[in-house]
Design a protein around this ligand. Structure first.
Ligand code: AMP
Length: 229
């Protein structure tokens, strides 16, 4: 059942964990889910990038690691997520994007949530499609929206269509870093997926279809899981 705004009427928390390779559309879909269920989108990558931009102590600690496409330590990430999940806006649930990336992080998240329900969605996209997408991915240096540009893109003459800012390539979308990130994903994701696979609330969504269809498949999975509670 939904309210007049199209949002589900139930007040049970919606705790969603998104897993998928870099460039699978996780971020885009997380924003949609956050809006639909009126819950915060928690992107660990975005938290770290804003710390780097702001030049905080955290940002200084992680800047080099991120630029290389390597993983930040489990301890640091878990402390960060634990603190974020204590914020009051998480009472209705959350969409977690980018965490957990290791089995230790997954175990830490289980402990943090105790018996609270969790829906885990894997977005599957083949490597070749990821490499193609990352080559055309840009982020606005002002409103931070991620967008896809044409192959022959000229940042000087093609500003952000939403706010007029400059569209730039994220440092970790550089081709060499993308290759490293995909290799890292292949290594870390399998055991994390295995950690969740047998749970009744685990589901796989085909990420190669149109973004609207990906969103519809995720919403169907979430609503099924909530109805089964
Ligand atoms: P993302 O935007 O999720 O692709 O994250 C960008 C970068 O932030 C990653 O390549 C890692 O360096 C770091 N990062 C984000 N989340 C995590 C995590 N859960 N564990 C370790 N490193 C992370």
């Amino acid at each position: 059942m939904t309210t007049g705004s199209g949002r589900p009427a139930s007040i049970a928390p919606v705790n969603v964990v998104l897993i998928g390779p870099p460039g699978s559309g996780k971020g885009t879909q997380a924003v949609r889910l956050a809006e639909r269920y009126a819950i915060p989108h928690i992107s660990t990558g975005e938290i770290l990038r804003s710390a780097v931009r702001a030049g905080t102590e955290l940002g200084r600690q992680v800047a080099d690691i991120m630029a290389k496409g390597s993983l930040v330590s489990d301890e640091l990430m878990t402390d960060l997520v634990r603190a974020r999940l204590k914020e009051p806006d998480v009472a209705r649930g959350f969409v977690l994007d980018g965490y957990p990336r290791t089995v230790r992080q997954a175990q830490a998240l289980d402990a943090m949530l105790a018996s609270a329900p969790m829906i885990v969605i894997l977005i599957e996209v083949p490597d070749a499609e990821i490499v193609r997408r990352m080559g055309t991915r840009r982020v606005c240096d002002s409103c931070r929206l991620t967008q896809s540009v044409a192959d022959a893109f000229h940042p000087e003459s093609e500003p952000c269509p939403y706010c007029g800012g400059t569209l730039v390539r994220r440092p970790d979308d550089e081709p060499e870093t993308v290759r490293r990130r995909l290799a890292a994903y292949a290594e870390y994701a399998t055991p994390v997926i295995d950690h969740y696979r047998k749970r009744p609330t685990f589901g796989v969504v085909d990420g190669v279809q149109h973004a609207d269809n990906v969103a519809a498949a995720m919403i169907a999975q979430i609503d099924r899981a909530r109805a089964a509670r």
